[in-house]
Design a protein around this ligand. Structure first.
Ligand SMILES: NC(=O)c1ccc[n+]([C@@H]2O[C@H](COP(=O)([O-])OP(=O)(O)OC[C@H]3O[C@@H](n4cnc5c(N)ncnc54)[C@H](OP(=O)(O)O)[C@@H]3O)[C@@H](O)[C@H]2O)c1
Length: 310
């Protein structure tokens, strides 16, 4: 099979022929049709997480995928051959990821792919969608009658956070540069704040003088501290991009690191099939263009999702 392979941290990925995996007991072999690109892929290639993430070189990167079941390993029974599936495929060892034509995964990782979207769109859902879902609902316990401020609203994760919060019935205030405001309004944001021309706390005061119930921070850096200033008394902040090291001790803060969860992916499928979430894929890359896709995600200004078609 063809795969994009990392030989050393800091090097470019190389397209190579690798042996097609065979599914072990309880595993499913999936023919990958598309694979989502996330900032973590590029960070992993640079070795930023090497102390926390055991790896074995050569590494096939990639944690997102949508594809078709090709073969069931012994005792794997949840899916039929030919069934369309999607998964957040983060395994304990960084070695055999989704920038390849095939992957063997424990069947517990897989969910049926939403029927009303393409493989490319579906491959953009698992990592970013689960991150938003786990941040808003598992960690943040967002309620329908609450107001949420979303920092980094136009990116991969923010795109899902805006739509999930809106679907949930919450008041959504999206923070992004002006060029992304029409995009966010279309996705359901009630208000947009431009972080480049405004002090976000002051712009928020015109929308809600007392602040918001929850801040979801998908930016990190100084933004986490700005988010803290936007909270209502007893409000809470959930970040996926920075630990709460700069915040007041009294601030209700949670850091989320997204976990694979096929039950939550099943719920995402229901929400998508009911037409409540769009997956704006800004660009499909070929496997051979994976390094270009890394350059794009490294800008920190990607709108929606970018994916690789296989
Ligand atoms: N902890 C976890 O489990 C987890 C999971 C997924 C992602 N992450 C991390 O979360 C971050 C976001 O991920 P992503 O996939 O959404 O990234 P992404 O797709 O690259 O999105 C970046 C977005 O951030 C916006 N942005 C940049 N600076 C901003 C600022 N100061 N204020 C508001 N928006 C700003 C950009 O919009 P403009 O063009 O308008 O600036 C862009 O749309 C990354 O650091 C990623 O590594 C963590």
């Amino acid at each position: 099979m063809r795969a994009a392979v990392l030989k050393e941290y800091g090097e470019k990925l190389i397209i190579e022929e690798r042996e097609k995996p065979s599914p072990k007991e309880g595993e499913v072999l999936v023919k990958i049709k598309a694979s989502g690109i996330n900032p973590v892929d590029q960070k992993l290639s640079l070795g930023y997480m090497k102390d926390r993430m055991p790896s074995e070189f050569p590494i096939v990167l990639g944690w997102d995928m949508a594809g078709v079941v090709e073969e069931n390993g012994h005792s794997a029974r949840r899916f039929r051959v030919g069934e369309e599936v999607y998964a957040y495929a983060r395994r304990p060892l960084l070695h055999a990821g989704t920038f390849a034509e095939y992957i063997a995964l424990p069947e517990s990782y897989l969910s049926k792919k939403p029927v009303n979207i393409s493989f490319e769109e579906a491959s953009g859902v698992p990592l970013a969608g689960l991150t938003a879902y786990q941040s808003l609902f598992d960690a943040g316990k967002l309620k329908a009658d609450e107001a949420i401020l979303i920092l980094g609203a136009s990116g991969g994760v923010g795109t899902f956070a805006v739509q999930l919060a809106k679907y949930h019935g919450s008041k959504v205030i999206a923070v992004a540069s002006k060029k992304n405001h029409d995009y966010l309004t279309e996705l359901g944001a009630d208000y947009c704040i431009d972080y480049k021309d405004n002090r976000v706390e002051e712009a928020l005061k015109e929308i809600s003088s007392t602040g918001v119930d929850m801040v979801f921070d998908a930016v990190g850096g100084d933004s986490t501290k700005i988010g803290e200033k936007c909270l209502k008394e007893n409000g809470r902040i959930v970040s996926i991009a920075r630990q709460g090291d700069t915040l007041e001790e009294s601030t209700n803060f949670t850091f989320v690191f997204v976990e694979p969860n096929s039950r939550e992916l099943d719920h995402m499928r229901e929400i998508i099939e009911a037409g409540n979430i769009k997956i704006p894929v800004q660009k499909n890359y070929k496997l051979e263009e994976v390094n270009e896709a890394f350059d794009q995600i490294d800008t920190g200004h990607t709108q929606g999702k970018i994916v690789i078609s296989l």
